[in-house]
Design a protein around this ligand. Sequence first.
Ligand code: PMP
Length: 390
Amino acid sequence: MAERAYFDWNATAPLRAVAREAMVMALAMTGNASSVHAEGRAARQVIEKAREKVAALVGAEAKNVTFTSGATEANMLALTPALEIGGRKALRDTLFLSAVEHPSVRSGGRFAAGVVEELPVSGDGIVDLRALRSALARAERPLVSVMLANNETGVIQPIAEIAEIVHTANGILHVDAVQGAGRIDCNISALGADLLSISAHKLGGPQGIGALVRQGTVFGDIHIASPLIAGGGQERGLRAGTENVAAIAGFGAACAAAEVARQADAVRMASLRDTLETRLLAATPEAVIFGAKAPRLPNTTLVAVPGIKAETAIIAFDLSGIALSSGSACSSGRVQASHVLAGMGVEPELARGALRLSLGWSTSDADVENLLNAWNAVISSLRKMHANAA
Ligand code: PMP
């Protein structure tokens, strides 16, 4: 039997060797980073070095990086009415979200449900900028949250353009950059984001660590006035609790490695992904690739074959040695239509068949070959099953 091939990098990526090494070293240390003795100072140094590496990945200042337990927490921390700008209270009255955000943003963070509004996207999954402009005219002090790249389709939003529109309307922009970080340029100034969330485990760091990054905005330095976790004042009062030094060390090492390899990896992944799509469409001409006309991440394909259900296909692929998912991992355990595809106006029947193939830096030609072989076998046997049941 062929070796297993992993095509679920958007759910989580393997731990990079450098991240593992940094973590093993940190695990051998003893100090609490808040202690003044040499052991404590050594732990502090590991954290601050990692903070610089995370900051470098997104072109931010290290002091503006707050470590959290992951991007879910970073999103919750960011999405609060209680912002301060330039040292003054700058309470947000409305939260606008795109229709394709990750569930951790769709929850609305700490805004009351009545002041959260959804922004429509086009059939290709791009935020409707005209709708954004008119929505912003209805709020005095809006907070807008739009992701850099979608976890299901890989579609990339025009964030710099969105930032300009948001700032012109006195708004603040939060960007969930989880799927873009380490794959495409994620410079916080170039994007124009005021707040940006990232997660270590999508770029080769460990699970359970992420960061919220702030940026000195056109209106002044931005600050979050209400921490989610209050207590000992760690992370400049923004996130209390003794730091997870090993996870932070692994995160920093992964960010540095991802940035060094990013451009070469992107070229290689895009070429493998393009081959994969061409051959999938040749084998199954009726297959639909979602967001195909929009700018997309180099590693993601969301595809459906009419009449094939994702739940059955995933199990069949798994038995053939292929790990892939339907849409987002968070909802793949449940049989539920993707809100991303619904937002893009895809018929629920077709959306139920959506399979996400996501590649990464170690995906090989042989992996793609295995997937294509399994594809032909799985699709034809599911078709037979379907025909027999009809
Ligand atoms: N946002 C996006 C776009 C994601 O893909 C994910 C991970 N599925 C998250 C947020 C949540 O990240 P974490 O797993 O670090 O909580």
